[in-house]
Design a protein around this ligand. Structure first.
Ligand code: FAD
Length: 515
């Protein structure tokens, strides 16, 4: 082995909510022998990379934050990107995480070494070995750019919403916005007043409900600072309301008709032109795609400098953008709000497991994991926000914190087993978990609502969302059930056990393997 490896007990990949949460939890569990490998030069993940005009959370801030780090000073009910980013910087310092972070470390490969029972991790700036990898690279961190014929020859400016070019002045420009997802509906009203002309390419219209955004008053903030219980109660209320909504999404999509009426009324308030209203009215059940929240999207679309083209971008000819329906517009800039690689996670190509295949190969028929965390063939490797842990209507931080409980118990179990040991998810347990998840998925609005969405993979399977409440997920991930894992010992230890006639701790561990 010519390369110098630095050994750690745990390598966390990524420093967004997931990676930082994992780091805080590790320290709270008394584990300090860990690094956080981050390809960028600062923390924040989503909230560092998405700095487009109007970027904000669409789950109220008091719920979209860590339960262990309440922030009484959120300025708005739905705070903006810069405040969420500052919050994550603050968490990093408050919990002493910064010394663990290695910025500028792009993880290139992670390879399981079966003899040594550890991961060999190559990064752009050095190599590590780790007993356990916690991958928190984010489901929405690698922007997706569609392949559009002629785009290379476009003479103007092109960028993705997650890589906003702040040096480019949009004032007075003719801009094509591609996509009408969660980012686009925040961008459109923010740039509409600045640009000469905005042409919005809409493949499928979203359902949009009003966003009850307002400044949080000084009095409320004072109260949350003085009486932290009031902040906890506020969070609890926000959480409870969303838990009550879940069954309509997962079991009784027919109940969502009433919400559709409210969304239609919301649109009618701002869009008076019947032709435009027809273009903007979805033909699928509300909730099938993420319900978007905005108070200024429809009013912006009604402005005279905005054109809505009811089909996707098909081609670029010089400086002319051409839709699939044949509409044309000459533009100076194209902004892609086309989402992320969600069901084809780039990190999956970089992980090589016990059988010598990558996670991407293991997942070629769709992502599958045990309790959203571990995958068959990839011992001691777990992911935060893994398959089927996403939410349609509530805060991802709730799911992240449940996964951190699972991570903490996983590490405890390794300690209890003692020695050089790894846990490998049993394929039967992984399949059983996924069968249950997919069975429940059949009734959900995401699968039955008549839309295609980024929740579904290329074969139409929903491998991203959790078909239950966040409370249920919390219960399902409170502890690691060792019966779902094979306990693996290093060969040297196994040989010693054989020589000694399988006694003591080794025998106990071998006994566990049959559990
Ligand atoms: C615009 C936008 C708005 C959103 N709003 C909400 C919301 O309101 N409510 C909600 O619940 N969720 C929202 N989300 C989802 C959001 O992504 C999650 O809530 C959460 O921030 C994800 O955290 P994470 O740590 O898992 O991933 P990320 O925040 O994406 O962090 C992943 C980190 O991993 C790093 N990384 C990736 N690959 C490598 C590598 N190979 N080597 C080293 N480092 C690597 C990245 O640089 C990044 O820092 C939003 C997402 C977007 C894009």
């Amino acid at each position: 082995m010519s390369q110098q490896y630095e050994h750690v007990r745990v390598a966390v990949i990524g420093s967004g909510f997931g990676g930082l949460g994992a780091a805080v939890r590790l320290r709270r569990e008394g584990i300090t022998d860990f690094v956080v490998l981050e390809r960028a030069e600062s923390v924040g993940g989503t909230w560092r990379d998405n700095s487009y005009p109007g970027c904000a959370c669409d789950v109220p801030s008091h719920l979209y934050s860590f339960s262990f780090a309440p922030n009484p000073d959120w300025p708005r009910t739905f705070s903006g990107q810069e405040h969420i980013r500052a919050y994550l910087e603050h968490v990093t310092d408050t919990f002493g995480i910064r010394p663990h972070i290695r910025f500028g470390h792009d993880v290139l490969t992670m390879r399981w070494n079966t003899d040594e029972l550890h991961w060999e991790i190559e990064t752009s700036r050095g190599a590590f070995t780790a007993d356990v990898v916690v991958s928190a690279t984010g489901p929405l961190s690698d922007p997706k750019m569609p392949e559009i014929p002629g785009l290379d020859g476009f003479p103007g400016k092109v960028f993705h919403s997650a890589r906003w070019d702040h040096d480019y002045d949009l004032r007075g420009k003719r801009v094509a916005m591609i996509g009408t997802g969660a980012s686009a509906i925040q961008i459109v009203p923010s740039i509409q007043p600045l640009v000469a002309k905005l042409t919005l390419f809409q493949r499928t219209p979203p359902w949009v409900m009003p966003r009850m955004d307002r400044a949080i008053s000084a009095g409320e903030r004072w109260l949350h600072r003085r009486l932290p219980l009031t902040g906890t109660a506020r969070r609890g209320l926000l959480w409870g309301i969303r838990e009550l909504q879940v069954s309509a999404f997962t079991k009784r999509p027919d109940q969502l008709g009433l919400i559709e009426s409210l969304a239609k009324a919301n649109m009618a308030k701002s869009i008076k032109d019947p032709a435009l209203r027809a273009k903007l009215t979805p033909s699928y059940r509300i909730g099938c795609k993420r319900i978007l929240l905005s108070g200024d999207y429809y009013p912006a679309l009604a402005r005279p400098n905005v054109d809505v083209v009811a089909s996707g971008l098909a081609e670029v000819r010089g400086s002319t953008v051409v839709s699939a329906g044949g509409d044309e517009a000459e533009v100076d800039a194209i902004v892609f709000g086309t989402g992320f690689h969600v069901t084809d996670l780039p990190i999956a190509d970089r992980v090589v497991g016990a059988d010598g295949i990558t996670l991407a190969e293991a997942w070629k028929d769709g992502m599958e994991s045990l309790r959203g965390a571990t995958a068959a063939g990839f011992p001691n490797w777990m992911t935060i926000i893994g398959p089927n842990t996403g939410l349609g209507n509530s805060s991802m931080i709730l799911m992240i914190e449940s996964q951190l409980n699972y991570m903490a118990d996983y590490l405890r179990q390794l300690d209890v087993l003692g020695g050089r040991v790894a846990l490998a998810a049993r394929p039967s347990a992984v399949h059983a978990w996924n069968r249950r998840v997919q069975d429940r998925m059949k009734r959900t609005v995401w699968n039955t609502g008549g839309c295609t969405s980024w929740y579904l993979d290329a074969s139409g399977r929903n491998t991203t969302l959790w078909p239950g409440t966040t409370g249920e997920f919390r219960r399902q991930t409170r502890t690691v059930d060792l019966a779902e894992y094979e306990v693996i010992r290093a060969p040297r230890v196994r040989d010693a056990a054989a020589d000694a006639g399988s006694t003591g701790a080794v025998a106990a561990a071998v006994g566990e393997e049959g559990a």
